[in-house]
Design a protein around this ligand. Structure first.
Ligand code: AMP
Length: 194
């Protein structure tokens, strides 16, 4: 939604890693051995796919699901400095576990156009065709309940320390991510425009 309304290109490291895995690259296969178990991919690997993507030389970005460790945040700084892009804002979408569980269990992605839908909200079932392009809807392998549990453990150990990291430099905006799309996006817009 940020990308569409503000024309700031969004990049999801999770998506980049899944693309690499689907293409069968060495890097993608390595990443999949972690992501399939709900573990974070190694920092070096994530930084490599991101660097590759940033070679496109854009002048603004929304990083989605990145950084996920303090080491990634530290390594991002010189990359942004080199591209002459200041880090302006960090959005922390804070959700209850029950919200996360509900969204993850109902998440389907179109294998054609890659649009993400929520069963019960945008589509009635995971078996129907994509409303946009009639492609096949698929569930992510790492959205299984036991893998999600591991992702939560990794989050608490490795990603949560970033809250303090970005609080310290005053860039962090906490968004209540529990509501519906419009309410969450309204909070995000207020933070972006503040
Ligand atoms: P996501 O699409 O953001 O939910 O990410 C899916 C999976 O890809 C995560 O559970 C991790 O295994 C891996 N991943 C994505 N982004 C990162 C990152 N910044 N650092 C480490 N692993 C990541």
């Amino acid at each position: 939604m940020i990308q569409d309304k503000y024309q700031i290109p969004a990049v999801s490291t999770g998506h980049l890693l899944r693309q690499e895995a689907a293409a069968g690259s060495e890097l993608g296969q390595q990443a999949a051995s972690y992501t399939s178990k709900g573990q974070l991919a190694p920092d070096a690997l994530v930084m490599a796919v991101l660097k590759q993507w940033m070679k496109s030389g854009l002048d603004s970005y929304v990083f989605d699901g990145f950084p996920r460790t303090v080491a990634q945040a530290v390594q991002l700084e010189p990359m942004l400095a080199e591209a002459r892009i200041p880090l302006e804002i960090v959005l922390f979408l804070k959700c209850d576990f029950s919200t996360i569980e509900k969204r993850v269990s109902g998440r389907v992605t179109c294998s054609g156009c890659q649009t993400i839908f929520q069963v019960g909200l945008h589509v009635t079932s995971a078996e129907q065709a994509c409303p946009k392009c009639s492609g096949k809807l698929e569930r992510r392998a790492d959205d299984q309940p036991e893998v999600l549990q591991q992702r939560m453990v990794q989050y608490a150990q490795k990603t949560e320390p970033l809250v303090e990291h970005y609080q310290a430099n005053g860039l962090l905006h906490v968004i209540n991510g529990n509501g519906e799309f419009d309410g969450v996006f309204a909070q995000i817009e207020r933070a972006l425009l503040s």
